[in-house]
Ligand binder design. Structure first.
Ligand code: PXG
Length: 460
């Protein structure tokens, strides 16, 4: 058998990849002609590919490498834990030290009475847990008809059947017979794209009040929970108007609807606090966590649950769990990641130092002729590209500018993702000021080149 290594020619690796590997969210047939980029190593905020090209990773992998690449402490902890206790479960009245320690730490970090953790290996699985948990909660309270979960159009909550049903992505619902029953989606608070002539504050209120309308229409006795990200990530980093979240909280309180904050992206420092719920001033009953919990070094996710919900669930046998719920190696690595975040003051830097530095430079991108709005909270930002700033016009063919800009970014040594014609960043939180200068310089160059190309093509 041939050993496949980093030293093989790129074309050979690409051919093997195209022959045997099905990529997520991709048109896999294309890899036969174009070949996927082979990433071979990473350190700090920089990736290296098989051709030796270095890329500044302004997406932190997939919004997850919060402490940056190359932290050997995590590898050491994983190796130590694998030697001591590589696996055991917590199904049959057993537990282990890494899961005890991580749960205690998460209870300390999470706001309010969010003191209990149910583990999964990903955000999708954790959201599936949430669906079953909130429905079980109401059933245990004698209200089994409270089944409906309200979410938002264009939301992303994962790819399993349950999580993709919670999500509001039409392209996902179109495949595989989704959504599951008793899922309802209201509009997202995306003022830039959908606000028309309205004032952002009024628009935020209107979008939040859609929740109240939905509860009244569907029946208060039928609605179990509302789920949303504090700031929509994969939907395009949509930072809601300031009026939005207080109104949502008021409505959840008034109708006693459980509030699930999906913190898979916003959690663990991304918005300048441990959790996005703190930044947005909300009091969720459940928080979904994953990604930054381990900085992506190992798969782990979960649901942090309030005393109120946990007490009810504790009264029944909750018939739910994964082989890898609270996996000892994943728990130990996550705990080490949290130690590093805490001891190195990484979140304080996002809140008070490098965060504001990035924010100022990012917002200044709004002066570019192609950029309509440039928004950012903590270290998650987006810019909306438009053919006409004054009318907030969309491109005739959505994604025209986004695709060109994404490719220009790659060519200029920057990984910045596009969602339609929005460009988004979610870099490692350990970005230095010099990295931020490089990021902005490369982003500006890529925007200039995109603008020139759109002009040459007669699109603008
Ligand atoms: N909730 C949110 C808010 C997410 O962003 C999930 C749940 C699901 O997590 P898992 O671990 O099951 O993937 C996510 C994941 C993208 C992209 O291209 C975003 C995600 C995943 C893959 C791609 O923006 N977010």
């Amino acid at each position: 058998m041939t050993m496949i290594t980093n030293h093989m020619p790129t074309a050979e690796l690409q051919a093997l990849d195209a022959a045997h590997h099905i990529h997520p969210f991709s048109k896999n047939g294309e890899f036969e002609t174009t070949g996927a980029r082979v990433i071979t190593r990473a350190d700090g905020v920089t990736l290296t590919d098989s051709e030796g090209v270095e890329l500044l990773d302004a997406m932190g992998g997939l919004w997850c490498v919060n402490i940056g690449y190359g932290r050997h402490e995590l590898a050491d902890v994983a190796a130590r834990q694998m030697r001591e206790l590589p696996y055991y479960n917590s199904f049959f009245k057993t537990t282990h030290v890494p899961v005890i320690a991580l749960s205690k730490r998460l209870a300390e970090l999470a706001p309010g009475d969010l003191n209990h953790v149910f583990y999964a290996s990903s955000g999708s699985e954790a959201n599936d847990t949430n669906i079953r948990m909130v429905r079980t909660y109401w059933a245990e309270l004698g209200k089994p008809e409270k089944q409906i979960i309200i979410s938002r159009k264009n939301a992303y909550h994962g790819s399993t059947l349950g999580a993709a049903s919670l999500g509001g992505m039409t392209a996902m619902h179109a495949q595989g017979g989704l959504p599951l029953p008793d899922m309802h989606h209201i509009d997202q608070p995306n003022w830039w794209a959908e606000g028309g002539d309205s004032d952002p504050a009024e628009f935020g209120l209107e979008r939040a009040q859609q929740l109240e309308k939905a509860i009244l229409e569907l029946g208060e006795n039928r609605v179990a929970a509302f789920i949303a990200e504090p700031v929509q990530g994969a939907g395009g980093v949509i930072i809601p108007p300031e009026t939005y979240w207080p109104e949502i909280q008021r409505i959840c309180d008034k109708y006693e609807i459980l509030l699930i904050a999906d913190e898979v992206i916003c959690g663990f420092g991304r918005t300048g606090n441990w959790f996005g719920s703190q930044t947005m001033g909300i009091r969720p009953d459940i928080m979904t966590i994953a990604k930054g919990l381990s900085s992506g070094y190992i798969p782990i996710g979960g649901s942090i649950v309030s005393d109120k919900v946990a007490e009810v669930i504790a009264g029944c046998e909750f018939n739910h769990g994964y082989t890898y719920s609270g996996h000892p190696v994943a728990a130990a690595v996550a705990l080490e990641n949290l130690r590093i975040m805490d001891e190195e003051g990484i979140i304080t830097r996002v809140a008070e130092d490098t965060g504001p530095y990035l924010q100022e430079k990012w917002r200044a991108l709004a002066d570019h002729p192609l950029v309509g709005e440039a928004k950012i909270v903590g270290m998650m930002g987006s810019i909306a590209m438009t053919p006409d700033k004054s009318t907030r016009a969309a491109f005739a063919e959505p994604g025209t500018a986004g695709l060109i800009c994404r490719d220009r970014c790659f060519a200029n040594g920057l990984i910045m993702r596009h969602v339609g014609d929005r460009m988004i960043i979610s870099p490692p939180l350990v970005l230095e000021k010099s990295d931020i200068d490089t990021l902005i310089e490369r982003a500006t160059k890529s925007l200039d080149e995109t603008y020139a190309r759109l002009k040459a093509d007669g699109v603008i």
